[in-house]
Design a protein around this ligand. Structure first.
Ligand code: AHG
Ligand code: MN
Ligand code: MN
Length: 345
């Protein structure tokens, strides 16, 4: 079965639940129930996204979140549904979510082991919701570090990406897909609405050896540090040997840019820049954006870097900590590091 080719007879395709049960549950008891919860919540979100103009999830709530960003109705719905389903699984002691200042914890009278921590970006690409461009959900799963099976602690949440036991994303695009990575590799599942489940369509996904595109918001170059300006110019130069110039592709939903680069090869970066004092370390958040996608990249033969170090080695000091990120083909990420290392402490 060639990597990435979809399986003709969906009838015999494994479900996400079966995949986790077969591959991980001996090592991580109850993990399949965490994925069931995220999967169920994502099906609810997918149903709303599919009929967005009719299901009342377009537009804003009028509130701002802890990031100071305006909260979309779909952000809020996705956040509420994800937190509830994940905590009700009984297998999770803490949920770190973009939309909550503090991490959320379960009531302890629920049966369950509460052995895992989940970091989640319930709705990634919010600026693309109203214009029908693909958006997603991003998640990471850590083992709890505190003793016992009670509510999780802040220390349980502040773990480096190196500790992840699984990470994935849902992309609400022309098809709704769940991509899930673990030590077993990266697998893609396509939601079949008539079955109501995610069926395996992409086995052992690996980033191809070619790097087709670079993805960066060039609207910010006026605020870029010299290394990033030099990198962007270099990517655009003509040089047959290194297949430059690369194409430019930037969707504005991390998950869409990342998914395309996973399948076609590519280098995505969101550097730190001089634009906003609020985000001296770039815009993207470590625990629920950069660490999960860097973990998936690593399990697919790629890499995620802050420009100065592997994203997976960054130990968070705050649950909403931001880091610069360069993620995609390993050799291209390392080229990018050589341009920007001078700009990063
Ligand atoms: P979110 O909608 O969860 O806040 O994430 C948006 C992020 C990410 O999806 C995307 O790569 C990036 O914001 C785009 O930022 P710019 O619009 O500044 O390029
Ligand atoms: Mn996001
Ligand atoms: Mn978000």
């Amino acid at each position: 079965q060639m990597a990435g080719r979809s399986i003709e007879a969906a009838a015999d395709a494994l479900t996400l639940h079966q995949h986790v049960l077969y591959h991980q549950s001996k090592l991580y008891p109850g993990l399949e129930k965490v994925l069931d919860a995220i999967s169920l919540a994502s099906k609810i979100i997918s149903g709303k996204v599919r009929t967005m103009g009719l299901s009342g999830v377009v537009g804003k709530t009028g509130e701002k979140n802890v990031q100071g960003e305006e909260v979309n109705i779909l952000d809020e719905l996705s956040n509420t549904v994800m937190i509830k389903r994940i905590l009700d699984s009984g297998e999770v002691c803490a949920v770190v979510t973009e939309e909550e200042e503090e991490f959320a914890t379960p009531s302890t009278d629920l049966p369950g082991r509460r052995g895992y921590v989940v970091s989640i970006d319930p709705l990634d690409g919010s600026s693309n919701i109203d214009c029908n461009v693909p958006i997603g959900t991003i998640f990471g799963i850590f083992p709890r570090t505190s003793a016992g099976d009670g509510k999780g602690t802040l220390a349980d949440c502040l773990q480096p990406g190196r500790n992840l036991i699984g990470a994935g994303y849902v992309i609400y695009g022309p098809s709704t897909m769940m991509v899930y990575a673990s030590a077993e590799g990266t697998f893609g599942f396509t939601l079949d609405p008539s079955v109501g489940d995610y069926l395996l369509t992409h086995r052992n996904m690996m980033i191809p050896n070619v790097c087709k595109n670079f993805s960066v918001n060039e609207g910010n170059t006026a605020y870029f540090y010299p290394g990033d300006l030099a990198l962007v110019a270099w990517l655009k130069e003509e040089d047959k040997e290194t297949s430059r110039p690369l194409g430019a592709r930037y969707v504005g939903s991390l998950i869409s840019d990342f998914h395309r680069n996973l399948l076609y090869g590519g280098l995505f970066f969101y550097p730190h820049d001089k634009k906003s004092k609020k985000t001296p370390n770039g815009k993207l958040r470590l625990l629920y954006e950069c660490a999960p996608v860097s973990y998936i990249a690593k399990m697919s033969g790629g890499k995620g870097s802050t420009g100065a170090m592997d994203v997976l080695d960054v130990v968070p000091t705050d649950i909403h900590q931001r880091v610069p990120i360069y993620v995609g083909n390993k050799d291209w990420v390392e080229r990018a590091e050589s341009f920007v290392r001078g700009d990063y402490v």
